[in-house]
Ligand binder design. Structure first.
Ligand SMILES: [Zn+2]
Length: 459
């Protein structure tokens, strides 16, 4: 692409942006929370609204589809819009999701979560970033390229907007398999991650995986008097605490044998920023060793996320016979979840304190993701991002998991997957006061339009 075309596209995106912002605001006003406790009519409404937006772009084939969940109930509605590739040309799949997280306690928000509110350069509202901004990124790129008349853009486009990402994508795998022909692509752009910071773009090249489960520890058939038996019998909570203490070494690194650690990332996360972002109290040391970004992205992490014990209010002078803890283990890129689950099961069996009866009940598993270092699609994305921002993107990892990425890789093994971002470190996705930086969103739109032209010009 010549400088001239790039400048023309930049001007076109700037001209289109007010309408895109209005479309984003209209989507934020639909409280499309996919969690089961919320009214799913709003998820249907956001599917209908995005379907209309894609029709208006001029994509010739727009449908609302769903697939069954593993329990047999229908999955949330997804929107699929296509413009078939000319003979021999590549197809690009543009993914985002139209459902959102629950808003949480409205009192923790400074503005109404479902009334988009601009403050300075940021637009606040649930879904303003995650991931209705991703939808707008795709819409904006297609509008900027003048679809459907953009006849000089020899590339097929499929837009795929999921409706249940925030609920763990339960029908995603079935959806991919049922609609494999509709979704097949050479390049998949997943616009649901983050940039490095305002002014610096990023490609997400690794995501951690996850296994969780419950450790059940039993020491007595029934509760007994702590005065009569205390001293000779340890209670289940004390024994569970001793077991939980074996999960980390003295430095705070995970001490479970056999888990994978991936290479250190190329950028580090500033310790002061991490302290502020996580609200770590003064005087509390960080856990783990190595770079901060490595601890967050390329090493395993284990948290105890729940424990069944007698509450303080209901406490009596008895020795607890049993205790159950829910364990969440984040997996480094390259880690097989089944192997991690086995390692965790072996660890709890080996470290059962005082011969207590310990049982591991496996829970959910999600695979990690590690992008191939240097595909043609990655080079095209880096060049597009560099043009849009005027600065090269950095490779970032994400400590969280997007398990559906592994499904995409398995169902479409030959596709190149690009995980791009609309968020920045202040976006507070999933939290109160979620927002998107509008200047950055405009650059995201431009970058995606540039990327499509580069893919069209040949990978
Ligand atoms: Zn998301």
């Amino acid at each position: 692409m010549t400088i001239d075309t790039s400048a023309a596209l930049r001007a076109r995106v700037a001209e289109l942006f007010p309408a895109l912002q209005a479309d984003l605001e209209a989507l934020v006003r639909i409280p499309s929370v996919s969690a089961a406790a919320f009214d799913q009519a709003y998820v249907a409404a956001s599917a209908a609204a995005t379907e209309q937006l894609l029709r208006d772009v001029g994509l010739p084939d727009v449908q609302i589809l769903s697939a069954p969940r593993p329990d047999g109930t229908p999955g949330a509605p997804a929107v699929v819009a296509r413009r078939p590739a000319p003979e021999g040309a590549p197809t690009v799949l543009l993914y985002a999701h139209h459902d959102v997280q629950p808003p949480g306690d409205p009192a923790t928000w400074d503005t109404d979560p479902f009334e988009p509110t601009q403050v300075g350069e940021r637009l606040f509202g649930r879904g303003a970033a995650d991931d209705k901004a991703g939808i707008v990124a795709h819409l904006g790129a297609l509008r900027a390229l003048g679809l459907p008349d953009g006849a000089d853009l020899p590339v097929g486009v499929t837009v795929f907007l999921e409706g249940e990402e925030e609920s763990g994508s339960p029908s995603f795998r079935a959806f991919l398999e049922e609609h494999r022909d509709l979704l097949a692509a050479d390049v998949i752009v997943v616009a649901d991650s983050t940039n490095w910071k305002v002014g610096v773009p990023a490609l997400t090249t690794s995501l951690r995986g996850l296994v969780d489960g419950e450790v059940e520890l039993r020491v007595l058939e029934h509760a007994v008097h702590s005065g009569m038996f205390g001293g000779a019998v340890l209670d289940a909570v004390t024994l569970m605490s001793r077991l939980v203490a074996t999960f980390h070494d003295e430095a705070g690194d995970v001490a479970i044998e056999g888990l994978v650690t991936a290479p250190e990332p190329e950028v580090d996360y500033d310790e002061a920023a991490l302290r502020a972002d996580s609200s770590l109290l003064d005087g509390v040391s960080l856990a783990g060793t190595g770079t901060v970004s490595g601890r967050l992205w390329t090493k395993p992490a284990l948290s105890v996320i729940g424990m069944d014990v007698t509450s303080v209010a209901e406490a009596s002078n008895t020795i607890a016979p049993s205790c159950t803890a829910k364990i969440s283990l984040r997996l480094a890129p390259g880690q097989d979840p089944a192997a991690a689950d086995e390692a965790l099961a072996a660890h709890v069996a080996k470290h059962a304190p005082f011969g207590a009866h310990v049982t591991w009940h496996p829970g959910e598993a999600g695979k990690p993701f590690f992008a191939p270092g240097d595909s043609a699609a990655m080079r095209a994305a880096r060049a597009a991002f560099t043009e849009a921002w005027g600065t090269a993107p950095v490779d970032v990892g994400v400590g969280g998991s997007i398990p559906f990425i592994a499904d995409l890789l398995e169902v479409f093994p030959s596709a190149a997957i690009l995980v791009t971002g609309v968020e920045d470190p202040d976006s507070r996705a999933h939290g109160a006061n979620e927002s998107v930086h509008l200047g950055e969103l405009q650059k995201v739109v431009l970058a995606e339009a540039l990327l499509l032209t580069k893919i069209a010009a040949g990978l």
